[in-house]
Structure formats: C-alpha cells, structure tokens
Ligand binder design. Structure first.
Ligand code: ZN
Length: 432
C-alpha cells in the first residue's frame, strides 16, 4: 500500500527531492513553435481560401453499412399527407397528370390510398373529387379547406360551418388546416389563431361529422431561431428566406403549440392530426402531449429527417402510442424515392442513411436511422390508424381491388375498423 506522501512523490516524477526544481520557465512542449506565428497566420489564410463555400460542400459518406431499403410497404399503406391538387402547384396544373399511371405505381409500392389535402372547397373540391376519389374509389381520400375570408363577413361562424357541411356532403373525408391560420391569416386587421372563438363551431362540427381535422401548426423549431451560423437548417433558410419565423421568436413557436393543445383539449369529440409530427425535435414533449390528449394523433410527413436522427426515442414513442402515429410523406404528386425513404425509416434497422438527396440535404446535414418497428405497430402506423380516422372498413380496399396492394401479414380480424363517419349533415358520403 502506498502512503499519501508516496503518491505525491510519484506524481512529481521525475523527482529528486522536494525543492529541486530548476529555475526558469518550463521548456516548450512539442506544439510550441516560437517565431512561427506569421507562418501559422498564412497557413490559416490559405485554409480559409481552400475551404469550399457552404453551398458547394457535398460530402459523400464513406460508411459501408448494409442497405435493406424495401421497395414496397410491408402492408397496404395509407399515405395520410400528400398534395395532388392544383392549389400547391406554382403553374396551377394538377400535381399528377396521369392518375391511372399513379394508381398503377401505388399498386407496385403497396400503397392502398393517398390522402389528398388539396381539396379546397366548392368547385375546386368537386374537381378534386371527380379526378381522384370518384374516378378511383378506394384509392384516394380528399380533404377540404375553409375559406378564411369568410371571417370578414357577418355571421361568419355559420358560414364556415355551412361550407364544411357542403364539403362533407360532397365527399370530403377530412378538414385540412394549413399553417397560415396562426401565422398570417388576418380578419378585421387582427391575426386569427386556431383558438379564435369564431372557429369553435367549426371544430365541433368536424367532430359531429366524424371527420378528422389535420392541422399544420407552426414550422420546424429551427425556423424560429435566427438564420445564422448556429442554425442547423441554415442552408434551407438561406435558400428560402421566407421560411424564417425569427421575427416571432421561440416564444411564438411555443404559443402556437399551446394554442393547438388548448383547441384539442377543449374539443374532445373531434379527432385532430398534427401534421409533420408537430414538434419532431422534442419527442418527450410530443409523447406527453399524446398522453394528455387521446383525440390527438400525428402524421410523420416531412419529418423523416428529425424523427430518423433520434431512432430510439422515435421507436419508443411509436411503441407507446401505436394508435396515434400515421404514416405520411407530404409529397407533391408522386415521389417513389420519398416513399422508399419512409419504408426504410419505419421498417428497417439500417444506419446512417440519407433522408434526401445525399449531396443536398437541405433540411439539416445529418443522416437518419431506421426505427425497425415491430409488425403489429407497422400495421397500425401504415394503415389501421388512417382507416380508423377516415371511417373506413378494413377490408374495403382488398375486396374491390384484387391484384392491388397486399398484406402478407394479414390475419383474420387484423386491422382496426373505425366507426363509419356519422353523417350528421344528412348528406351522402362518398363510398370508401
Ligand atoms: Zn403538406
């Protein structure tokens, strides 16, 4: 055993005797280069000149990891968040030109149905329904919107509810609320938020009609931070400066989430779906929000980049709330690459793969990891939760589309069957 005095002596090696240190400063270490400071400065300047600009930097991963990305969904899937209409296209053209070809591609990838969030209202809704839902029964579910300009008119609550009623009667399967409500929609000169009292009857009417409200609230939290060198989505914000919400700051982000939570909480009879995983950067918060509100679900569209960089927490969330997570992509038209990325994210245990074009990961420079969800959870996330919210019978598609999407894991009684949407408005609903 060594005594305390011995340990001190050992620490002072090499040692002769206490008090034997030589006079003068310690000799320079191997990293000190006296008189080289100007050379170091030149070298640093050269390094800066050689460093490519951020926009030109596109590293390629040297990781050699197995890739098992499936080409088809493991079970017939419902993509709960797509854009097929004209509203989201800059040219005003339909997002999909050949719908028959789209359906064949969906069959090839085992996609049972797309939720088209571009229905709008009135004639535009009718044209969406004609083109998709009515022309290809069982393959599409078009959601309507509300015209917020009605808020400027007297009796706006009744007008909004009547508009929703007409849309549901026509065949709309849900109500889409975009982020403009809360960020820039104004009426009588004031910003309108989700918890505006004039909108209360709308949320209640959606619940009475048995249709879900899919709400895109706020934006990725990075957009509420300054677009500076510390921002993890800087490249995206530089490319699209209008994405910045920095003027409202992080307080604005929190306020928008609080408002969503208030509305969900005060309308327990209405099913809400928070788009883009709501707050994908904070899965603990999201999980507690789902726990508090049984009428809230999330779609994971456009959130593969955030969910996939925290695979253990994301898997845990899906396992804790398997009935509340919905598969979705947020594609404009049809994008098989995006679908395959989501299949890989949900079904595999692949590591460090790109969520987008490897050379240009605009939404953050990091890879993602597969969640490796168990088969029963996959069935819920891919299909059953969507069917329940849309009020569809589990076997509706299989019965009418032999040769289409297939479920090799299906067993008798599998697949949640939601209650059919209640037609409180007295109109007829499109057949599922
Ligand atoms: Zn979208």
């Amino acid at each position: 055993m060594t005594s305390g005095a011995d340990r001190v002596a050992n620490c002072q090696q090499p040692s002769e005797a206490p008090g034997d240190e030589l006079d003068g400063p310690c000799p320079a270490g191997p990293y000190r280069r006296r008189g080289w400071a100007p050379l170091v400065r030149v070298r640093q300047a050269a390094w800066r000149l050689r460093t490519p600009p951020l926009w030109a930097y596109g590293p390629r991963s040297t990781l050699e990891a197995p890739a098992t990305g499936p080409a088809r969904a493991a079970v017939p899937a419902v993509d709960f968040h797509t854009h097929l209409g004209r509203w989201t296209s800059a040219s005003g053209r339909w997002q999909v030109q050949d719908v028959g070809e789209l359906v064949a591609s969906l069959d090839a990838m085992n996609i049972e149905r797309l939720v088209n969030l571009d229905g709008r209202w009135g004639r535009e809704l009718e044209e969406n329904l004609d083109r998709y839902d009515r022309a290809h029964p069982g393959r599409f579910a078009t959601f309507c919107h509300l015209d917020w300009r009605l808020l400027e008119l007297r009796d706006c609550e009744a007008r909004l509810v009547r508009s929703l009623q007409r849309s549901v009667d026509a065949g709309a399967r849900g109500l889409k609320v975009w982020k403009d409500l809360g960020l820039w929609v104004r009426a009588q000169g004031r910003r309108v938020r989700l918890d505006d009292p004039r909108l209360g009857p709308v949320w209640a009417a959606a619940g009475d009609a048995g249709i879900p409200v899919l709400a895109h609230v706020a934006d990725p939290v990075a957009f509420f931070h300054p677009a500076d060198r510390h921002n993890e989505r800087l490249e995206e914000m530089l490319r699209y400066p209008r994405l910045s919400r920095h003027s409202g700051g992080i307080d604005e982000f929190r306020r928008l989430l609080d408002i969503l939570e208030r509305v969900v909480s005060s309308n327990p009879g209405t099913s809400f779906v928070a788009a883009h995983a709501c707050y994908a950067e904070n899965l603990a918060y999201l999980s507690s929000m789902l726990r508090r509100h049984p009428n809230l679900s999330i779609d994971i569209s456009a959130a593969a980049n955030s969910i996939g960089r925290q695979p253990r927490a994301a898997r845990d969330l899906a396992l804790r709330h398997p009935d509340r997570v919905l598969f979705g992509t947020d594609t404009l038209g049809f994008n098989p690459d995006s679908l395959r990325t989501y299949f890989r994210l949900l079904e595999t245990a692949d590591e460090a793969f790109p969520y987008a074009d490897e050379r240009r990961p605009w939404s953050g420079r990091w890879p993602i990891y597969g969640l490796d969800l168990p088969a029963p959870v996959l069935r819920q996330v891919y299909r059953d939760n969507a069917r329940r919210l849309l009020g569809l019978r589990a076997a509706a598609h299989a019965a009418t589309h032999a040769g289409g999407p297939s479920d090799p894991t299906a067993s008798a009684g599998s697949g949640a069957v939601g209650s059919s949407a209640r037609d409180v408005f007295g109109g007829t609903r499109a057949a599922p």
